[in-house]
Design a protein around this ligand. Structure first.
Ligand code: 5GP
Length: 200
């Protein structure tokens, strides 16, 4: 018999790289993977629902979560705070469920320190032009915010080497397939397995 903890999958990459879409598709195809809903001080975008896409919190509430050590990691990104509630993640992993975090790099590096056995995947757009186009097309950010996100994206690319895998998001279905393969392989790692043989 096999007993395993769930996988902690950490997905990062520049804003507009397509992480959100890839996550949604992966969760559809692998329903056993649980999505970790982050807390943020950012304003909701049209259609975003509290508790589903994010826990939308005031700055003081977020500060309170930090002080009470309720966050596994947190970071400031483009003027807003983002963080991963610790409890749900730890509970799911211990119960043997896989958990997906879609977080930016500073946060991912904090997770790597406390949980190096996580699987760290960096999603990149095919080019910077394509990235710019995607953020414009999304139409949810002001011109200044887009500029800031693009500048951040260039800096972020330097951190690829901190990750275990890189997936170029040329086409969503192919990128999702690659991610699924990564997870399947990671689950087969001998180092993750504890075999308990009954009667031995
Ligand atoms: P957005 O405002 O576009 O939803 O997210 C901006 C950035 O924050 C994205 O790179 C996203 O991955 C990241 N992010 C979302 N949730 C978290 C979180 O809990 N922690 C950290 N560190 N980053 C997050």
């Amino acid at each position: 018999m096999e007993q395993n903890n769930g996988l902690l999958i950490v997905l990062s990459g520049p804003s507009g790289a397509g992480k959100g879409t890839i996550c949604r598709e992966l969760l559809k195809e692998m329903p056993q993977v649980k999505y970790s809903v982050s807390a943020t001080t950012r304003e909701p975008r049209p259609g975003e629902v509290d508790g589903l896409h994010y826990y939308f919190r005031k700055k003081e509430e977020f500060q309170d979560m930090i002080e009470k050590e309720e966050l596994l990691e947190w970071a400031e990104f483009c003027g807003n705070y983002y963080g991963t509630p610790r409890f749900a993640v730890e509970q799911a992993i211990q119960a043997g469920n896989d958990v997906l975090l879609e977080i930016e790099i500073q946060g991912a590096l904090q997770v790597k320190k406390v949980y190096p056995q996580g699987v760290f995947v960096f999603i990149v757009p095919p080019s910077l032009d394509e990235l710019s186009q995607r953020i414009h097309n999304r139409g949810t950010e002001t011109k200044e915010a887009i500029e800031k996100r693009l500048q951040t994206a260039v800096k972020e690319m330097e951190y690829i080497k901190e990750y275990d895998y890189v997936v170029v998001n040329d086409e969503i279905p192919i990128a999702v397939e690659k991610l699924k393969s990564i997870l399947t392989a990671e689950k087969c790692r001998v180092s993750r397995k504890t075999f308990v043989f009954q009667g031995v």
